[in-house]
Write a protein that binds this ligand. Sequence first.
Ligand SMILES: *Cc1c(COP(=O)(O)O)cnc(C)c1O
Length: 394
Amino acid sequence: MPRPQLQYLNDELQQLEAKGLRTKLRVLRGEQLPVAEFDGRRVINLSSNNYLGLCTHPRLREAALEATRTLGVGSGAVRTISGTMAIHMELERRISEFKHTEDSVVFQSGFTANSGTVGAIMGRNDFIISDELNHASIIDGARLSRATIKVFAHKDCNAAEAILKELAPQPGRKLLITDGVFSMDGDIAPLPELCDLAERYGAVMMVDDAHASGVLGKNGRGTVDHFGLHGRVDVQVGTLSKAIGALGGYVAGSRDLIEFLHLRGRPFLFSTSHPPSVAATCIAALEVLQLEPERIQTLWDNTAFFKAGLKKLGFDTGASQTPITPIMVGEGRRAIEFSRGLFQAGLFATGIAYPTVAEGKARLRTIVTATHTQADLGEALGILEQVGKAQGII
Ligand SMILES: *Cc1c(COP(=O)(O)O)cnc(C)c1O
């Protein structure tokens, strides 16, 4: 029996249940593989962010084991006290080299990199101009900063400019911020145009490349490299938890930016740094991006193959331009039911509904990886056709 103080949580859960949105965690047994066992069932896994298959790459695994053997399992403190190990500094040196920036700083996750950075570099009298589909960690960081938040319609540069123009007489600083690749739609931000706007109106330009790192640009350097915008984006965030295969987030930019975050980024100051094995894994991942660029090519080949198959079957894949491929369904309950039906038939594609996406824009979210075979993807398309027809999606 819930205690009376918490009865309201039970009421809310019942309401979600009534809407068909009380989803349960799926449990993976074994490794994060393209075909894996979730909840005791073998399924084709189109639900991970393990774009390049690095979660189980032998070189990364060995690096983690070696670091654990020689450096232990924990760092023992926050970075600003005694928790900065040489291997953390080495990873940051490698990231700045990879991103062609002066310096970089690693946070515990992409989430804390965003929330900690936006919260630190903007303040009460400032303005944050943000795409409406930006990630939750940007939204939380913006709220933590206490700056005024101005949201523009998705990828609408005219709307962003109208806000910047209106704010021009205001003395506060301005931050123009966007995801590089949008996490639920898989479309790419109009970064060149946004950089032009930021420069014209004197705004700080920030991009969150969580889904672009390891995916877009030369050797997976991200959207800044993809568009040839080196030196024009003040704050680049990336994650080490998706294509890189481990855990963490980073900010790459100028020396002053990074030093400032060392002194004012709250998750950096108040939460313990990564175990050395995580830093070692990420260093090995950056090496693999250089040594095995064919992984990224295979990822894009698989993406093209799968998207073409979906189109041929008549699915609506929205505005996707990257391996993140939504299958638009509409109503939340239908998306969750579609996902359940697919799972029973051997395909794991997550159903996404409100509040993760807007009401009426529920969908399945699929991500192919470099390690899926075309046979896996062909089988996935067969299951999508069968269940999609049975449920009247196509
Ligand atoms: C996943 C994601 C993050 C958070 O990254 P983690 O390393 O998982 O905390 C931040 N921004 C975007 C756009 C994301 O998709």
